[in-house]
Write a protein that binds this ligand. Sequence first.
Ligand code: ATP
Ligand code: MG
Length: 266
Amino acid sequence: MSDDPSTGSGHGTEIFTASGIGRTFGSGRNQVTAVEDVSFALVEKEITTIVGESGSGKSTIARMVLGLLPVSSGTMTFDGKDVTKLSTAARIAYWRDVQAVFQDPFSSFNQFFTVRRLLNRSLRMLDRVSAKERLEEALGHVGMDLSVLDRFPHQLSGGQRQRIMIARALMLRPRLLIADEATSMLDASLRVNILNVLTDLRDELGMTVLFITHDIGQACYLADKVLVMEKGILVEQGPTDDVIFNPQHEYTQRLLADVPRLHESA
Ligand SMILES: Nc1ncnc2c1ncn2[C@@H]1O[C@H](COP(=O)(O)OP(=O)(O)OP(=O)(O)O)[C@@H](O)[C@H]1O
Ligand SMILES: [Mg+2]
């Protein structure tokens, strides 16, 4: 089961597995293979990052894990159950267990809606008594309180918006949180703040996180394990320290060479 005692991060229960998953788009001469034969496991209470250049297939993997995009090949399990063939009822349960935060919280905010209204949509899935509690709890996890509820999007910074999106995901108490380029729009200090929110969620709630970025610096800052994608292929994966200090694949070495500060401080 546990393949990695070196991180010292605990039990090593695999909450999610992907075996040989692939995805193609289009057909005939227009066919694009976005992801090919990718296998990995997400260990409970760990942060795993997928890193790779634009177009390498990261978001395609995220969307397959989320069940928003069917796999063209391979299988995936959550809690040992095959999630590529879920009944409607099981799919709804899965969509609570696995929540996501995406790149641009602007785009999903209606400018004329308050934060309360935005969050209410998720609360509708809960009964009224637990709703307020959940709301307070979720905002607390991202360092905010109920006073933010009457604000409009333009009254919030990019970092605050992204923390609200994380709170929205947390209200359903997911077991796996996927963040796809969730920090890409933020400047450096706000980015570190969000990365720290994610590590707190892991440490305090035991959240399992799949974090997706094109920036190997962020991947290394945050992750227990790193998966490196190049043109749809998973070229390397391992505990973060192994990948940083002993990268096996030439593509990983190239990505690391672009992060001079990482080497200097190592
Ligand atoms: N719906 C689609 N139809 C056709 N091709 C697609 C579709 N979605 C993704 N692709 C292609 O699949 C490949 C992988 O795309 P994907 O969005 O997964 O990359 P990414 O690693 O997330 O990139 P980025 O860092 O820019 O977000 C790309 O070549 C892309 O053009
Ligand atoms: Mg993407």
